[in-house]
Every structure is written in structure tokens, then in C-alpha cells.
Design a protein around this ligand. Structure first.
Ligand code: NAD
Length: 518
């Protein structure tokens, strides 16, 4: 399909996904609630057009949604997990049917490439498949009791209402990572998506509603609340929400973590990164280039796993610098629905200003800007959200380098000596999400993966920092928040663990040999 055809059939996409010009901002599954909050207008960063509007949810709507979810939980927790899995299986099938329109809307509302939009929907499908298998494997352990004629085991029960707060940059996949697992675990979900991408959230809810209605799933198992931070703050403070899974900035995560912690609830925090790639003298530069460039400019540097820093050994530094600068000068920037473009827009004008200010800070701190990013104007750039990517030579200690700038600003940092010096630089930031090393030296790669190596939640060898497979547990350490979601045993956070001891004797022996006769 040609670019114009993709761009002009957005109305068809909206119709397919049940999105109107003006939409309600809350749903319990069975119905959309007549919300009366402030109007949110969703403009596409691709061409600046108004896509649609939403009447956001108020705190009164929040109460309705939470109450409905609490009621639904009483039924949902009694449905056998494989039966809940069957419904998630059907959701995965429905998502396959809607993959193209949903992928396109993700691209048009958020600004990532159409291929990445489709990739996000594919992640949703994959996590549904993963959750279906898992629905028969929510296993605890059988344990040996120290008391005779006793049996011990542990088992997992659902938690109740799970609150999900998500960011604009993965507007649909993060929701699916959480809900697919939470639902098979027997939880009910209340989603507060980013107010910057409300329409993709409405589309997800409409798709889910179709499947849930066909299966008579109770109203209140899948809920969405569209609006600003006030709804997320309400969730964080609400003891009826035992788990809050929050994805977004470290600033937001600190606020949510503190509020949830105060009431001794559970939080799963997926926050900002400051991801680095280490290039050692033996790095295969042929694979480095696509890994680093995609990692830094893909999704216009708006992935939590985007490559922010490249730590290069002095022996190959000039060569790497030349190759990167050359590659950056060839990047094509424009409509992300056109596959020939490498870089699309940033999410909004604020983000453009933050990016330009960060470049100025680099200069003010003494950094050397090798490729200076600019705001692009003229034909094709009418939305005002397009910028060209930057590369700068810096020191890791600069204040600006210590921060996550959510834009395509790549820092080059030189190291000398052995790999431990590079690892020290890589770990010398507050965040700890994704990291990688390119090397053909097994001593270096093993050192990087050892306990004295990378301190991040993700550590890759000969792969960039950006992106991850759903099969692994995803998340990071330090100011990235410590949460894990998606694959491996991340499901355990959506459940409470219970240890059971059963006495089938005629005596009552106490543990630790304690005697209590009377
Ligand atoms: P953001 O923090 O501005 O907003 C994220 C969500 O939190 C939104 O839904 C927002 O309404 C809500 N929110 C804001 N303040 C809140 C508060 N005090 N209490 C409760 N909710 C609140 O983030 P963003 O700009 O949408 O997303 C970009 C950030 O997200 C980056 O820092 C990126 O690294 C991070 N991110 C992390 C991951 C991860 O898995 N680690 C994934 C995606 C994005």
C-alpha cells in the first residue's frame, strides 16, 4: 500500500476500531460510561490532525469503575484458570484480526513507524499465547513438613483489582503485558492509559469487550479510565487496589511507589532508563552500526530501552565516531507510516522543546555536539514534532548525561584500559534498565554478565539495548523501579502466595519441637 493510501485511510481504521469523533472516557467492559470530565483532544504527531476526542473520566467515574471491578472479582476468582486462559486465547485471535488497524492507529496516534505499530500488536498476541500456556502452570511447590503425618505446600491466589498506569510510548503492549497475565491469575484490571494516547486505549477496550461479551465475562473484569494523573494518584492511594503496575517516568514512579508503600500495597514499577552500549576493541563493527543506530533513533529515541550512551574503547573511538556521524547524516526523517523513513516525530511540542534544551545543556557543560539536532519545518513537518537526531561527545559525569532525555540524543563516551572501566561508566548512572556489550572476547562478555558486571535488569551481548522478547522478565533496577513484567515468572507479582500445612494425624505436634501440655 502506498504512503498516501495508508495516511488517508485513517477514518476507515477508526471506524473498524469503533472510535468516534467524541468518545466516552470510561468503560467497565459491558458498557461505556457517560463521563463528564475535561475534554482530551488527540492530535496526531504525524500530521498534526485531530484524530478524535474523549470526555475524560472524573473521580466519580473512578469510584464507579473500582466498585464494579470489586464485584466482578468475586466471580472471576472462582473461574478455573485454564478457562480464564481460554478467554485470553480468544483475545489473542481477535488481536490477530485487528492487527493492521490497531498497528496503524498506534503509529498514527503515537508517531512510531507502522512496522513498530504492528510489532507492538504482535507483542500483545505473543503475551496472550504465553498467558494461555501459563494458565495451566500457576504452580506452587510441595514441601516436606518437619512434623510427622503432615503435608505442606504453597499455592498462589489472585490479588483482586490490579491498577495499570501506562506511558504514551508503548500505548498498547504494556497494557497487554499486564492484563493477559493478571486475568489468567484471576485478577480484574483497571487501566489508566496515557492521556497522550487515549484512542488506542479505547480501541483495546472495544476489542476486549467483543471477546468478553461473547464469553459472558462479568462486567468489571476489564476496565479503562481515560484521564490525567489524578486518576493514577487515586489508584495509588486506594487500598482497594492491592497492586499498582505503573510504567512511566521515574518522577511518576517515585510518587506512585511512595503512595502505595504508605498503605503497604504492592507496586510494580517500570520507569526510565539510561541505557548504554559498550564497544570493546574486538567488537564486530559490522553488527554494531545497525544495533546502535536503531537503538538510538528508532521510535525517535522514545523507548525506555533506547540507547542513550555508547562507551567506546579509545583504540576504536575515532573509527566508531566517523561511522556513526556518517550514518546519522544519511537518516531519512518523515512520516512514520512511510516505510522508507528511519525516524518519525516526537510525541508533542513539549518533547521537542525538552530535546532542544538538552542539546543546549550538553554544550553548556562542555560537550562537543558532532551532529546537532534541529526542529524540522516545511512540507511534511507541519505537526511541529519532527526533529533530526543528535550525537555528542560527553563525560558520563555531566548532569544532563545522568538524566534520561526522551529523544534521539546519543552520547559518545571514551574509555581506556580494560572492560571494567567501561562497566564502571555504564553503571555510573541512577537508572538501571538495559545494557549491552559488543565484543568477541569471552572474558569481557562474561565479566559484563557477572555479579561485578552490568547492574541493569537487562544485559545483552552482541545485541543492542533496545527492545526485548516477551518470554523474558522485563524491567530494571535502581531508579528504573525494580519491577518485572511479561515473561519468565513475572506472573507471581499478580498473585499472593499462601503456605498450607495439613495435619492428617490424630496428634497436634507443634513446630520446632515445642511442648505445650496441659
Ligand atoms: P509519565 O510519567 O509522564 O506518564 C506515565 C503515566 O503516568 C501516564 O498515564 C500519566 O498520566 C501517569 N501519571 C503521571 N503522574 C502521575 C502520578 N503522580 N501518579 C500516578 N500517575 C501519574 O511518562 P510518559 O512521558 O508517558 O512516558 C515516558 C517515560 O516512561 C520514560 O521515562 C520511559 O523511560 C518510561 N517508560 C518505561 C518503561 C519500562 O518498562 N521501564 C516502558 C515505557 C516507558
Amino acid at each position: 500500500m502506498s504512503t498516501t493510501a495508508i495516511a488517508t485511510n485513517i477514518q476507515e481504521v477508526l471506524d473498524q476500531l469503533g472510535i468516534k469523533k467524541m468518545n466516552e472516557g470510561a468503560s467497565t467492559g459491558a458498557q461505556w460510561i457517560n463521563t463528564k470530565g475535561e475534554q482530551i483532544d488527540s492530535y496526531s504527531p504525524v500530521d498534526g490532525e485531530l484524530i478524535g476526542s474523549v470526555k475524560s473520566a472524573t473521580l466519580e467515574d473512578y469510584e464507579t469503575i473500582i466498585a464494579t471491578s470489586q464485584k466482578a472479582y468475586k466471580t472471576w476468582r472462582t473461574v478455573p484458570s485454564p478457562k480464564r486462559g481460554e478467554i485470553v486465547r480468544q483475545l489473542g485471535i481477535k488481536l490477530r484480526e485487528y492487527k493492521e488497524p490497531l498497528g496503524k492507529l498506534v503509529s498514527y496516534e503515537m508517531g512510531k513507524s507502522y512496522q513498530e505499530g504492528l510489532g507492538e500488536v504482535q507483542e500483545m498476541i505473543d503475551i496472550c499465547d504465553f498467558a494461555v500456556g501459563l494458565s495451566r502452570q500457576l504452580n506452587g511447590s510441595t514441601l516436606h513438613s518437619e512434623r510427622p503425618v503432615h503435608r505442606m505446600y504453597d499455592q498462589y491466589h489472585p490479588l483482586g483489582t490490579v491498577g495499570i498506569i501506562s506511558a504514551f510510548n508503548f500505548p498498547v503492549a504494556v497494557w497487554a503485558w499486564n492484563t493477559a497475565l493478571a486475568w489468567i491469575c484471576g485478577d480484574v484490571c483497571v487501566w489508566k492509559p496515557s492521556e497522550k494516547t487515549p484512542l488506542t486505549a479505547i480501541a483495546c477496550q472495544n476489542i476486549t469487550n467483543e471477546v468478553f461479551k461473547e464469553n459472558d465475562v462479568p462486567e468489571g473484569v476489564s476496565n479503562v479510565l481515560i484521564g490525567g494523573a489524578d486518576l493514577g494518584i487515586a489508584m495509588a492511594n486506594d487500598k482497594r487496589v492491592p497492586l499498582v503496575s505503573a510504567t512511566g517516568s521515574t518522577r511518576m514512579g517515585k510518587s506512585v511507589g511512595e503512595a502505595v508503600g504508605k498503605r503497604l500495597g504492592k507496586s510494580l514499577l517500570e520507569l526510565g532508563g539510561n541505557n548504554a552500549v559498550i564497544l570493546t576493541p574486538s567488537a564486530d563493527l559490522k553488527i554494531v552500526l545497525p544495533g546502535v543506530v536503531f537503538g538510538a533513533v528508532g521510535t525517535t529515541g522514545q523507548r525506555c530501552t533506547s540507547t542513550r550512551r555508547v562507551i567506546v574503547h579509545e583504540s576504536i573511538y575515532d573509527q566508531v565516531k566517523d561511522v556513526l556521524v556518517k550514518a546519522y547524516n544519511q537518516l531519512k526523517i518523515g512520516n512514520p507510516l512511510d516505510e522508507s523513513n528511519h525516524v518519525g516525530p516526537l510525541i508533542d511540542a513539549d518533547s521537542v522543546n525538552t530535546y532542544l534544551a538538552a542539546i543546549e545543556k550538553v554544550k553548556a557543560e562542555g560537550g562537543k555536539v558532532l551532529v546537532e539536532g534541529k526542529k524540522l519545518t516545511g512540507e511534511g513537518y507541519e505537526s511541529g514534532c519532527y526533529v533530526s537526531p543528535s550525537i555528542a561527545e560527553v563525560e558520563n559525569s555531566y548532569e544532563i548525561v545522568q538524566h534520561e532525555t526522551f529523544a534521539p540524543l546519543l552520547y559518545l563516551i571514551k574509555y581506556s584500559g580494560d572492560v571494567n572501566n567501561a562497566i564502571e561508566i555504564q553503571n555510573g548512572v541512577k537508572q538501571g534498565l538495559s545494557s549491552s556489550i559488543f565484543t568477541n572476547n569471552i572474558r569481557e562478555s562474561e565479566q559484563f554478565l557477572s555479579a561485578s558486571g552490568s547492574d541493569c535488569g537487562i544485559a545483552n551481548v552482541n545485541i543492542g539495548t533496545s527492545g526485548a522478547e516477551i518470554g523474558g522478565a522485563f524491567g530494571g533496577e535502581k531508579e528504573t523501579g525494580g519491577g518485572r513484567e511479561s515473561g519468565s515468572d513475572a506472573w507471581k507479582v499478580y498473585m499472593r502466595r499462601q503456605t498450607n500445612t495439613i495435619n492428617y494425624s490424630t496428634e497436634l505436634p507443634l513446630a520446632q519441637g515445642i511442648k505445650f501440655d496441659f
